[in-house]
Design a protein around this ligand. Structure first.
Ligand code: 5GP
Ligand code: ZN
Length: 113
């Protein structure tokens, strides 16, 4: 399958991996939007959030928990961090293999406006 993140997962393309287990891998975003910008990616190919079914719920929980583990490892958990899933074009999704962004290391603009 011609998927960038599947290729990173199977080692065809390089990435700076910061976490790896049976279900997920996490690596540095190639174009970081914050001092720390990691992507938490499931090893199974799921194109968008719209392709999830309830059997994926434990996997999604694991992705979010992994973000918190990485944040603690980075030493940013207390100051805080932002996690984001983008879905389809209005959100700016460009890689169609779901991934959780973990952004930290600077204050993030509020989302209340
Ligand atoms: P999206 O907009 O789909 O939610 O985010 C995709 C993210 O993947 C972007 O932040 C982009 O910088 C990152 N990205 C795109 N291509 C690569 C790549 O080849 N390697 C890595 N590590 N990140 C990538
Ligand atoms: Zn994929």
């Amino acid at each position: 399958m011609d998927c960038l993140f599947c290729k990173i997962i199977n080692g065809e393309l390089p990435a700076n991996k910061v976490y790896d287990d049976d279900l997920v891998v996490a690596f540095d975003d190639i174009a970081p939007k914050a001092p720390h910008h990691k992507l938490i990616v499931p090893k199974v190919h799921i194109a968008t959030l719209n392709d999830l079914d309830k059997n994926h719920n434990p996997l999604l929980g694991h992705m979010i928990h992994t973000a918190s583990v990485i944040a603690k490892d980075l030493g940013v958990a207390e100051n805080g961090y932002r996690t984001i899933f983008n879905c389809n074009k209005d959100a700016g999704q460009v890689v169609f293999h779901i991934h959780l962004h973990l952004l930290a290391g600077r204050p993030m603009p509020g989302m209340t406006q």
